[in-house]
Design a protein around this ligand. Structure first.
Ligand SMILES: *Cc1c(COP(=O)(O)O)cnc(C)c1O
Length: 363
């Protein structure tokens, strides 16, 4: 039996931001979910409550040692008013893999799914329905025990907050310029690159900042040992189309196992497009670009879905991909994934979880 979730509704609803030009992660809905953990009690007291600041002891472990993990997924409102989640089971599995790596206690997957569905239901009026918009959902765990000893916390909070987001590309899908990073690294095998944990992102900011100064929107991360093999692009997984074959780095322990990556692999295989998950060196990409065989490159992730790469800068050498324009495969993948998510296209893999019933029940 899943623990039942106590619901305390707000008495003061916030004004919703206009659906036009919504920025990413700036506005938050009226409610949040919270669940507490104490080593003597386990996870307890699941509740939905008005969105509000929380009070933590200044010694809470999350502030000092970064024992924290997060997830990111979206809810969509279809034209006919259905409310859909995209593959939430995958996010819940990954949440617990991240927990495991960060020595955070396992969360009951059924309770997390119920929490997601009920919170989305309570704040369903916040799901924008204009094309390309959605409700971004951020589940996360923080270590709250007030203690400076370096050991796993004995207390945690699991929370879910939600934010309405606009179309990632206001003027259609646009290719980005990427700087190949050969000084800083994101993650190493045996480290925490596979986990969605705060430290990975803090560690990546410096490279991102320096790339920005040179006019690049993100970096292409190379492996932490040889600075030779491609890992990810910014905080997205990366794909290349070389001479008709699509290649992406194999999951090797330092790469985040993206759900968009997994979905793209499913689609490519269903379309009988040759695809390989393997080691890819930056030299191979440079050579393919010079030979005219690098047909497309793109990143994948929940926020942008598909983000085409129009230029790679490696040691000052600029490789222009697909004349700096969005390629046919990138467009087809973007249209297909977003079409399934918005309920416009059929859902052949059973990815979408319809939570309209939970939403209707809470009305
Ligand atoms: C979240 C994330 C991704 C993409 O994962 P999705 O499940 O597709 O959103 C890729 N790389 C990193 C580093 C990430 O944090």
């Amino acid at each position: 039996m899943v623990q039942s979730i106590d619901i305390q509704l707000t008495t003061k609803k916030k004004e919703k931001p206009p659906a036009k030009n919504l920025q990413f992660g700036v506005h938050f809905t009226d409610h949040m979910f919270m669940l507490d953990y104490h080593v003597d009690k386990g996870w307890h007291t699941p509740r939905i409550m008005p969105y509000q600041p929380i009070t933590l002891d200044p010694a809470a472990k999350v502030f000092h040692y970064g024992q924290t993990i997060f997830e990111g997924l979206k809810a969509y409102k279809t034209e006919d008013g259905r409310v859909l989640l995209f593959r939430p089971d995958k996010n819940i599995e990954r949440l617990n893999r991240s927990n495991e790596r960060l020595s955070i206690p396992h969360l009951d997957g059924e309770l997390v799914l119920a929490a997601l569905q009920q919170l989305v239901a309570v704040d369903q009026d916040w799901i924008p329905s204009e094309p390309g918009t959605s409700l971004y959902i951020r589940p996360y765990v923080i270590a709250t025990q007030p203690c400076l000893g370096v050991a796993p916390s004995t207390e945690y909070k699991f929370m879910i907050i939600m934010s309405p987001v606009g179309a990632y590309y206001a003027e259609g899908v646009k290719p980005v310029k990427i700087f190949v990073e050969s000084e800083y690294v994101r993650a190493v095998r045996g480290g925490v690159g596979e986990a969605k944990t705060a430290g990975n992102y803090a560690a990546g900011l410096k490279a991102q900042e320096e790339a920005k100064e040179q006019g690049y929107s993100q970096v292409l991360w190379l492996d932490g040992v040889h600075l030779k093999y491609i890992e990810e692009v910014g905080s997205m997984n990366v794909f290349f189309k070389i001479n008709g074959t699509v290649v992406t780095p194999a999951l090797n322990g330092s790469i985040l196992d993206g759900i968009t990556r997994n979905s793209v692999l499913h689609l490519l295989r269903a379309w009988n497009i040759p695809v390989e998950e393997r080691t890819i060196s930056i030299d191979e990409i440079v050579e393919a670009a010079k030979n005219g065989q690098l047909e497309e490159a793109f990143g994948t992730g929940t926020a942008a879905v598909i983000s085409p790469i129009g230029e790679l800068n490696y040691h000052g050498e600029k490789l222009i991909i697909h004349e700096g324009q969005t390629g046919e495969l990138s467009t087809k993948l973007y249209d297909t994934v977003t079409g399934i998510q918005n309920g416009v296209l059929a859902d052949p893999f059973g990815w979408m979880v319809d939570t309209t019933a939970a939403s209707t029940a809470s009305k």
